[in-house]
Design a binder for this molecule. Structure first.
Ligand SMILES: [Zn+2]
Ligand SMILES: [Zn+2]
Length: 290
């Protein structure tokens, strides 16, 4: 399959920290020897993108910057060293998750990994996000808010062609993030997980993955709309933190044995649930902070 690659493309570009974001034409990059050029069809937008624009984090972004790290599309060009990705393949530029097993609460680190050295200790033990030479999509290298984005072939997601790319795009960050959290929680089919912030972007995906993994879900969020939504996504119980007199007790009461869930997945950004989860760490056996 051939694809005419234009010289120029449309992109959302940040010229300086703090914005604005300009929709404008920029050149299409050429892939290096170990890279692929992906014609992005869909890209998710993440809260991280806002942090990148506003310069909220200690690590400086490149400038000018094209944001985005959850893009799905079609490979249209590749470098001469790339042998396992073909032109026409579907590929995703995505995040990569690493977790710290010796921390409690269990903490997952996620990075918008575009590429890593593949040779250092971290890379060779599956901890690529800790690589000192990691390239970050939409942060230290241009990301997916453009028609044609570069990714290291070793790190792009291989996407089967029968899966719709619009459904895949948000999975490449939000989905991977909560799936990894659920896996790391150690919860097994039949056990219960409580999802704090279950009605949000991450939480709604977590409910679906948890159900598909055979887990029972207690959704924690606020309001009838979130209740309805999380129950449609498979949650067995809903605790409304805005009206509950005692969230901890209500969550425990929602489990079959009254002893609380096997794990708590924290995907909310508020401080209070963190404190509540920590308070009951003894009974909520695993707290997983995303
Ligand atoms: Zn993200
Ligand atoms: Zn490395």
């Amino acid at each position: 399959m051939s694809h005419d690659i234009p010289e120029k493309q449309w992109a959302q570009v940040i010229e300086k920290t703090g914005g604005p974001v300009d929709y404008k034409q920029i050149p299409v990059a050429k892939p290096g020897p170990d890279e692929v050029l992906v014609n992005i069809k869909y890209s998710g937008v993440c809260h991280t993108d806002l942090h990148a624009i506003n310069g909220d984090w200690p690590l400086a972004t490149k400038l000018p910057l094209v944001g985005g790290h959850e893009g799905a599309g079609v490979v249209v060009a590749k470098g001469e060293l790339v042998t396992d990705v073909e032109i026409g393949d579907h590929a995703g530029i995505k995040v990569c998750i690493q977790s710290s097993r010796d921390r409690q609460p269990l903490t997952t680190f996620y990075q918008w990994l575009n590429g890593s050295c593949l040779a250092c200790d971290f890379c060779q033990t599956g901890d690529e996000p800790l690589c000192q030479k990691a390239l970050l999509s939409g942060y230290t290298v241009d990301g997916t808010f453009q028609q044609y984005a570069i990714g290291k072939a070793a790190h792009v997601a291989r996407i089967p062609k029968d899966i719709p790319l619009d459904a895949i795009a948000p999975v490449l960050c939000a989905g991977i993030t909560v799936y990894k959290g659920l896996k790391e929680s150690g919860a097994r089919p039949g056990q219960t997980v409580a999802v704090v912030g279950a009605g949000g972007g991450l939480g709604s995906l977590a409910c679906q993955y948890a159900k598909a993994m055979g887990l029972r879900v207690i959704a924690i969020d606020a309001g009838d709309e979130k209740k309805k939504m999380t129950q449609e996504l498979g949650a067995e119980a809903f605790v409304d933190f805005s009206t509950s007199q005692n969230v901890v007790k209500d969550v425990q009461a929602a489990t079959a044995d009254g002893l609380g869930p096997h794990a708590v997945l924290l995907v909310a950004v508020n401080e209070k649930p963190f404190q509540q989860a920590a308070e009951v760490c003894d009974s909520w056996k695993q707290v997983c902070v995303i």
